[in-house]
Design a protein around this ligand. Structure first.
Ligand code: 26W
Length: 854
């Protein structure tokens, strides 16, 4: 029998006081906001622990198949509010804090954003975890517990400065150290040939380096309106907490760095996105994830079954991008070495268990490891890869006799490198891209040879995002708006959002939509003006960003900085607008606030240059009283999940302007459209499917060359940016402004901006000028932006479009993606928490309140 909410709140207030005293030694009147955050989290954690335990028992006792998701990156965002939302407890938490006279948002701001990833892929998998838990799929995710996640970004007078991310500064109430789950991971050493019981040759290792991986678990709460929510697990490995990882002998010999190499293995996330690093520590990290996770999976399996005969039936492993691809060699090795599999049955088991998702077609992001490095650090795994490759090459020769060139192209070992994607495809039964176009490109270009050999392996599963974080949590007013019109089924079945189309033409709904958007924009403005710093060249805060009012068009581009994403094109457009407004304030009919956010990889010079350009632009435009009532530019410092939750609900226009053929999917495009922004976009990634679903009628701002056109231009080298430059006066003037000192205030800036212009017009380091086709697409971008302005002049009409866009997003929930993975790759069944099990754990738990020493 559920208690009355008021009584429940009173009891939970007691529990908060209990935690304040028993874990921090403070009473409620002296507790600061951080302590209160901690106690509040611990209080709700109790309820979560009950369901977590019962979910675990359910999976174990029902002998279900499970998916184990391996990924080097996660971007969960702050956990507390999401947990409260998914437990359907937000009103209760607000009531509790009301009773305690504390501000809800201020309490929750004490949580650091766990930035355990770079960008798109990390956030995608976090959406997937929300969907897996909500849809009751038996799952566990594995990753690394980086002591320092993605760097904190500061902009010092235009220059990106990277600062360490202190997310573990205070004890984290949402993680659990699991001392009973720790595994040795072995590196380097000498091979000792031996055979297993079936006579399969398999090496042992001597004189190796041993590192212990220790698990920390984070509960992932599935959404439920009742108290029977499922809880899944995100298990993160660390090497920091195992004293034996410290190499005392090396320390004593004065080799301080080497002594602590293994204790610091999981210290930092590699901050590169779309760029392969090739560093030894990175390889050690990847193998740590693989080795510890596989041991854990086998261990868990053997708790439930007496032999390995059902392993291939009960275990599914997702290799998320190539970073955990070594799991193929390592699982093969363990099956043979520790469980006496024959070679053939071991290999069949590996392929049955594993599947692989690719997230990028950029060649510079495709992982390759130097063979010498891999064979030194992981001799046993390298030996197996060599053996696998021999078999693989024979298979190619059998299927394509005489085609030695094909064998060379497909081989996993070539030119002294190990190609991780080749290993991942060969060892998986399914390979998927993340949007229809992307999956086609994989088949036609990147993995063409593999597709020809294994056509049945290649499928598409289009990305999605969770409507629970990105609507229900981030945009409460719009969520109410939706539920008031179509009920609340959309929260767990997003296909029902379709029904919203019925009220798109209704004037009352349009009006309310515009009010909500204005409200969200005011919140964004407040954030910009109070919390988004402007810094001088020494990092000192000298003010905060300025903003136009909520009647301006909020034109938003938020994502990692990369040339192919073309923030540069957007910036050049801003410059063109500025030039035009300078001549005539009235030439543009609307006010526009251009908002950027995103980090650049620390070593990616051109990406950093573009950030600097945006800074110079903002300085010029925002301080020019002749135009700054019409146009402004803002850069959101340190873009992350929490910032996204503020920006996305306030966006009018979503910039999805990558060079067609290069953005695998994009997921920000989905979040923004769900929140009622209209997309200005190229025919790239999931934009295409969004347009098809929203329909052309409500997708007015499509522009630019297609992927096919771009490919043709690249192949026949026909593109001449100089031709555009000379033909289009406004573009010429904008590019010239980068070179003639118009925007720069010192030599560094002049150099930075000239370099940008250089890449557009001149050949650089063997790269053709403007290889991302910025100038050619800028022409049509410029024209379609005028269309944006015309539509924005009619707010009701704009709202009608926006509501149709929200309704058209019915295919893009991560719930749908996960159902597709479950069906097409894992053959996985849903398994809700067992009520009896839940009752049993609750009963056992409830005994504790009676224990006191008096
Ligand atoms: C080894 C360096 C490295 C690190 C990260 C290479 C590649 C990556 C990621 C796989 C890049 C990435 O995040 N890709 C993005 O994945 C999203 C989720 O599928 C897509 O929506 C984006 O389009 C894609 O760029």
């Amino acid at each position: 029998m559920a208690l009355d909410i008021d009584l429940q709140a009173d009891l939970l207030v007691q529990k908060i006081k209990h935690y304040l005293i028993t874990t921090m030694g403070v009473t409620i009147d002296e507790a600061n906001y951080r302590q209160l955050y901690h106690a509040l989290s611990l209080t709700f954690r109790e309820e979560i622990m009950i369901n977590w335990t019962a979910t675990g028992h359910t999976f174990l006792h029902k002998h279900v198949r499970q998916i184990y998701y391996l990924c080097m990156e996660y971007m969960p965002g702050r956990l507390s509010k999401n947990n409260f939302v998914n437990m359907n407890a937000l009103p209760l938490v607000k009531l509790i804090l009301n009773k305690l006279n504390r501000n809800f948002e201020q309490v929750l701001r004490n949580e650091y954003d766990p930035g355990l990833g770079n960008g798109g892929m990390g956030r995608l998998v976090s959406c997937f975890l929300d969907s897996l838990a909500t849809q009751n799929y038996p799952s566990r995710a594995y990753g690394l517990r980086y002591q320092y996640g993605i760097f904190d970004q500061e902009i010092w007078e235009g220059t990106q400065v990277e600062r360490p991310d202190p997310w573990l500064m205070y004890e984290n109430p949402w993680e659990f150290r699991r001392d009973d789950h720790s595994f040795p991971v072995l590196y380097a050493g000498r091979l000792m040939p031996t055979v297993n019981k079936k006579g399969v040759e398999i090496a042992d290792l001597a004189d190796y380096e041993e590192v212990r991986a220790l698990a920390y678990d984070i509960p992932i709460i599935g959404y439920s309106e009742s108290a029977d929510f499922s809880v899944s697990t995100l298990r993160l490995w660390t090497t920091k907490e195992s004293p034996r990882n410290f190499q005392l002998q090396r320390y004593n010999a004065g080799q301080l760095g080497q002594a602590s190499e293994n204790t610091t293995l999981t210290d930092v996330l590699y901050p590169n996105d779309h760029h392969e690093t090739g560093k030894r520590i990175r390889l050690k990290q990847e193998f740590l994830l693989v080795s510890a996770s596989i041991q854990d999976i086998v261990n868990y399996y053997l708790r439930n079954y007496s032999d390995m005969s059902l392993f291939a039936d009960k275990v599914r492993i997702q290799i998320n991008d190539t970073h955990p691809a070594l799991v193929i060699a390592e699982l093969l090795r363990i099956l043979i070495k520790d469980h006496d599999y024959g070679w053939g049955e071991a290999w069949e088991t590996v392929k049955t268990c594993c599947s692989f998702t690719n997230h990028t077609i950029l060649r510079e992001a495709l992982e390759e490891w130097n063979s010498a490095r891999l064979s030194y650090l992981l001799p046993r795994q390298y030996q197996l890869i060599e053996k696998l490759n021999l078999e693989f090459c024979s298979a190619i020769r059998r299927q394509f006799p005489g085609d030695e060139e094909r064998v060379r192209r497909m081989s996993m070992l070539e030119g002294g490198q190990v190609k991780m994607a080749h290993l991942a495809i060969y060892g998986s039964h399914k390979v998927n891209g993340v949007a229809a176009l992307h999956s086609e490109i994989l088949k036609k270009r990147l993995f063409k040879d593999f597709y020809e050999m294994y056509p049945e392996r290649f499928i598409n599963i289009t990305n999605g995002v969770t409507q629970r974080r990105w609507l229900l949590l981030a945009n409460p007013l719009l969520s109410e708006f939706i539920s008031a019109r179509i009920g609340h089924k959309w929260i767990t079945d997003f296909t029902t959002i379709k029904e919203l189309a019925q009220c798109a033409g209704d004037a009352e709904s349009q009006k309310r939509f515009l009010e909500i958007k204005a409200h969200n924009k005011m919140q964004l403005i407040a954030f910009l003006q109070e919390k988004n710093p402007v810094r001088d060249g020494h990092g000192h805060v000298i003010g905060h960003s300025s903003s136009l009012g909520e009647d301006a068009l909020f034109d938003v581009q938020i994502k990692r900085f990369h040339e192919y994403k073309r923030q540069l094109m957007n910036a050049l457009h801003a410059l063109i607008l500025y030039h035009e407004l300078k001549e005539n304030q009235n030439v543009r009919p609307i006010k526009r606030m251009i908002i950027f956010g995103g980090k650049a990889a620390p070593g990616y010079e051109m990406a950093k240059n573009v950030i600097h350009l945006i800074f110079c632009l903002a300085r010029k435009i925002n301080t020019d009283t002749a135009v700054n009532q019409k146009l402004r530019v803002a850069f959101f410092e340190n873009y992350n999940v929490s910032k996204a939750e503020i920006i996305i609900p306030a966006a009018d226009l979503s910039e999805q302007i990558s060079t067609a053929g290069m953005e695998a999917s994009g997921t920000g495009n989905m979040k923004l459209a769900m929140n009622g922004a209209l997309t200005i976009g190229t025919e790239d990634g999931a934009n295409i499917e969004m347009r098809q679903s929203i329909t052309d009628a409500w997708w007015p701002f499509r522009f630019g060359a297609t992927a096919e056109e771009n490919e043709r231009r690249s192949i026949n080298q026909s593109y001449q940016p100089l031709e555009v430059y000379h033909r289009h006066q406004a573009i010429k003037k904008a590019v010239d402004a980068l070179r003639n000192g118009f925007l720069s205030e010192n030599d560094t800036e002049h150099q930075v901006l000239s370099d940008i212009a250089g890449t557009l017009l001149e050949e650089r380091h063997g790269n053709r000028p403007d290889r991302y086709f910025v100038l050619s697409d800028l022409e049509s971008f410029y024209e379609v932006q005028k269309k944006v302005e015309q539509l924005y002049l009619q707010p009701q009409k704009w709202a009608e479009y926006a509501i149709h866009n929200i309704a058209g997003m019915y295919l893009f929930s991560s719930d749908t993606s996960i159902h597709n993975y479950a069906k097409l790759e894992w053959d996985l069944q849903q398994c809700p928490i067992d009520q009896q099990e839940l009752t049993r754990v609750r009963a056992e738990y409830s005994e504790h309140d009676k224990c006191r020493i008096r």
